[in-house]
Design a protein around this ligand. Structure first.
Ligand SMILES: Cc1ncc(COP(=O)(O)O)c(C=O)c1O
Length: 450
């Protein structure tokens, strides 16, 4: 029986493989899993984790892996971050649940105060707390519809907003998110994303044309006065880490303001220091009407929020929003610990530093391996898109091969993209630079092995 250490930043910050990946203990657990866990819940890398912290994950076989995934952009403060652990432990010992809608508690209010302080804009704000990103997005749409008295919602190509019925409708990608799960919620309209690499007339044309194409489609196919909300990820996540050209988000926000449309920024993946600022909208000085957050907000505990202009949020009647667990006291304690860590360690600066290390190395890699068609991202939300050299034809096979080689060498990387041809990198923001460089060395070897 392996002696399992505690997780957190004290874990030795090094890669150490003592078995093949996955090892025998993980394989045995995976066998058990097959008999009881639904097949629809997939696994990127079947190593079973026993402890984690900083930039490493320890598995059931005693392997120590480098983490470039952070549980899909969640543990930005690192796993078992000390401020999260201490606040959560104290809260668990006090009480674990009352339901904020029945008998409230201070932690919920404190998280909403922090959200009012940290989200873009100086206006008066209100927040409502939920359990998952999808739930936050659903509620943002409910609020926007209620406030405007309109029904239509505009979402983008390559968007990902979740797996509930309404958020599946907002999500662009069919397989695996939507296939066989319809019918979907109505009154959702899709417009092209400003995707520089894949804009029909190229990146420069994308900058010049994307906004007017979107506006024209909304005008001709939906009618501005019917639109309750436009929802966009300021940097798209699952769709491929697509960064729109400067000016696109701002133009969209201005268009919404001109037509009484609620502008919703889905910052669930891009928020909380990930891109080198508290929120990705801030890079362009965009102030959304509503912001949805989750993932990085609470150091790994399930918490999500909708934060927005007081007059929009408060348009909803008492009892119109909520849920049994939304803003659970333990999750709120975790969020307060995570926010404290982000501030005390200046994790936005750490994210920018991670980008400054990763992006030049990835660009160099792209010069050597023409299968890399694009290197993009901001801060610690970066990706490479793989195509057949010299074309825009997606290359999901090479993407999977590189990811597989990384996994076998003890580097956890994730893929994404509408065409499954994007490798994305989302290390915990507390990862050490040596580990980061070692992860990049492994990635380099993985490309060399193609
Ligand atoms: C931008 C964005 N919105 C919404 C969601 C859904 O969040 P959750 O998985 O917590 O429901 C995600 C999850 O990846 C996301 O990246």
């Amino acid at each position: 029986m392996l002696q399992v250490p505690h997780g957190g930043p004290e874990l030795p910050q090094r890669r150490n493989l003592v078995t093949e990946i996955p090892g025998p203990a993980s394989r045995a657990l995976f066998e058990r899993r097959l008999g009881v866990v639904a097949r629809g819940v997939s696994t990127t890398l079947p190593v079973f984790i026993t402890a984690a912290g900083g930039g490493v994950l320890l598995d059931a076989d005693g392997n120590s892996l480098i983490d470039f995934g952070a549980g899909i952009a969640v543990v930005s403060v690192g796993n078992a971050a000390p401020d999260v652990v201490s606040r959560v432990s104290a809260q668990v010992a006090q009480f674990t649940h009352t339901c904020f809608m029945v008998t409230p508690y201070e932690g919920y209010v404190e998280v909403c105060e922090q959200l009012a302080r940290l989200t873009p804009g100086e206006h008066e704000k209100r927040s409502a707390l939920f359990n998952s990103g999808a739930e936050a997005v659903e509620n943002a749409v409910k609020i926007a519809r209620h406030y405007t008295g309109r029904q239509a919602v505009v979402a983008f190509d390559h968007a990902y907003h979740g797996r509930t019925n309404l958020t599946m409708a907002l999500t662009a990608k069919n397989m695996p998110y939507k296939q066989g799960f319809g019918p979907f919620a109505g009154e959702i309209y899709r417009v092209p994303m400003a995707y520089p690499l894949r804009w029909p007339d190229g990146p420069d044309a994308c900058r010049a044309e994307a906004l007017s194409v979107v506006k024209s489609l909304i005008h001709t196919q939906v009618g501005e006065s019917n639109v309750a909300a436009v929802i966009i990820e300021p940097i798209q996540g699952e769709g491929g880490f697509i960064v729109p050209p400067d000016g696109f988000l701002r133009g969209l926000a201005d268009f919404c303001a001109d037509h009484g449309i609620v502008f919703i920024a889905d910052e669930i993946q891009s928020g909380f220091c990930r891109t080198g600022d508290w929120f990705a909208s801030s890079h362009e000085g965009v102030v959304p009407d509503l912001v949805t957050t989750a993932k990085g907000i609470a150091g790994g505990l399930p918490l999500a929020a909708v934060t927005g202009r007081a007059e929009i949020m408060d348009a909803v009647h008492p009892g119109g929003l909520g849920g049994t667990y939304g803003g659970n006291p333990v999750a709120c304690a975790a969020a307060l610990g995570a926010i404290e860590t982000m501030e005390s360690m200046d994790l936005s600066a750490r994210a920018r530093r991670i980008g400054d290390i990763m992006l030049p190395r990835l660009r160099k890699l792209a010069e050597t391996y023409p299968v890399i068609a694009d290197v993009r991202g901001r801060g610690a939300m970066v990706a490479v898109e793989l195509t057949r050299p010299g074309t825009l034809e997606p290359d999901p096979a090479s993407t999977a091969a590189v990811a597989g080689a990384c996994h076998r060498a003890g580097l956890v990387v994730l893929t994404c993209g509408t065409f499954g041809n994007v490798l994305r990198f989302l290390p915990p923001l507390v990862i050490g630079e040596e580990l980061l460089e070692e992860g990049l060395d492994i990635l380099e070897d993985a490309f060399a092995s193609l």
